[in-house]
Design a binder for this molecule. Structure first.
Ligand SMILES: NC(=O)c1ccc[n+]([C@@H]2O[C@H](COP(=O)([O-])OP(=O)(O)OC[C@H]3O[C@@H](n4cnc5c(N)ncnc54)[C@H](OP(=O)(O)O)[C@@H]3O)[C@@H](O)[C@H]2O)c1
Length: 260
């Protein structure tokens, strides 16, 4: 007779479409899996997930290492956002210290294609400067946390889309839209036309859910100031949930049949 051997406890660092998709897949395919999804707690109303959740920072790499030991976590999947600049390094350091295998699940970046008018920059400060001296109508699709950088370029009229309202400094001529993706190219193009947008500022997040604005800018011939991704630690990395599932199976995280 066969029986299921217990899977190794797993921690998913989340806050992304990929983390949600991985959680849904694990919950559906591996009932009873010992997996927890961790969220930073940035979004006021996080969408519910089909796996146990914990919310809030760990207290740096040392705090995460303590959490791994206390919870008996044996594998970590870093499925944080491509623009999460700190957590991937904390995860790499904590997992190295704790001797816990780490996988990064990260969607590929968008690639520039013929007809795209991208200016590539590395920071929000560079993005604000790249808008130029003359006043323009700017669509900011960067979230709410980094709007302050555009206060340094107050000559422009900004339209910013956010999930929750911004808390810090914002540029003086700012209109907010509160909405949450996915957004398709047709509705993005309609919004850009209606708001007479002249330039789009975007992070190179990659993925399908927010690619509509990039396609819409291409169709309308609008320039895009594209912010490149931050550096990431050198850890095993996959791009899809299927690849992550295969990696997890290889690390004893999925229930496996064993003969008894
Ligand atoms: N940056 C973006 O553009 C963006 C977009 C969409 C979603 N997100 C999601 O929002 C969260 C925060 O993003 P961020 O850019 O502030 O990240 P970050 O700069 O890499 O992280 C800042 C701090 O937030 C805490 N943190 C981050 N992710 C966490 C998680 N999954 N669980 C528990 N604590 C976490 C950690 O605090 P401690 O040091 O105290 O552990 C970390 O040091 C991430 O989960 C990310 O996936 C980010």
């Amino acid at each position: 007779m066969d029986q299921l051997s217990p899977p190794a406890p797993l921690l998913i660092l989340g806050g992304t479409t990929e983390a949600t998709a991985l959680a849904a897949r694990l919950a559906a395919d591996c009932p009873g899996i010992a997996a927890t999804v961790s969220l930073a707690g940035r979004t006021q109303a996080a969408r519910p997930l089909p796996l146990p959740m914990r919310i809030g920072g760990f207290g740096g790499a040392e705090g995460l290492a303590r959490f791994l030991a206390a919870s008996g976590t044996q594998v970590v999947v870093d499925a944080t956002h491509p623009f999460a600049a700190l957590m991937p390094f904390n995860a790499a350091e904590a997992c190295r210290a704790a001797g816990v295998p780490l996988l990064a699940l990260t969607r590929p970046a968008w690639e520039q294609v013929d007809g795209d008018r991208w200016t590539r920059v590395h920071t929000m400060v560079e993005a604000a400067a790249a808008l130029g001296a003359s006043p323009r109508r700017v669509f900011l699709t960067i979230g709410r946390q980094e709007l302050a950088a555009f206060a340094a370029a107050p000559q422009h009229a900004y339209l910013a889309r956010v999930i929750d309202p911004p808390e810090g400094q914002v540029p003086p001529r700012l209109t907010l839209i509160r909405d949450r993706g996915p957004f398709d190219a047709e509705s993005e193009a309609a919004l850009m036309r209606r708001e007479r947008i002249e330039v789009v500022v975007a992070k190179n997040a990659g993925g399908e859910a927010t690619a509509g604005k990039i396609v819409a800018a291409r169709r309308l011939g609008l320039p895009v100031v594209m912010i490149s991704r931050p550096a990431k630690p050198a850890v095993p990395t996959v791009a899809t949930v299927d690849e992550a599932m295969a990696w997890l199976a290889g690390h004893g995280c999925l229930p496996t049949l064993r003969g008894v």
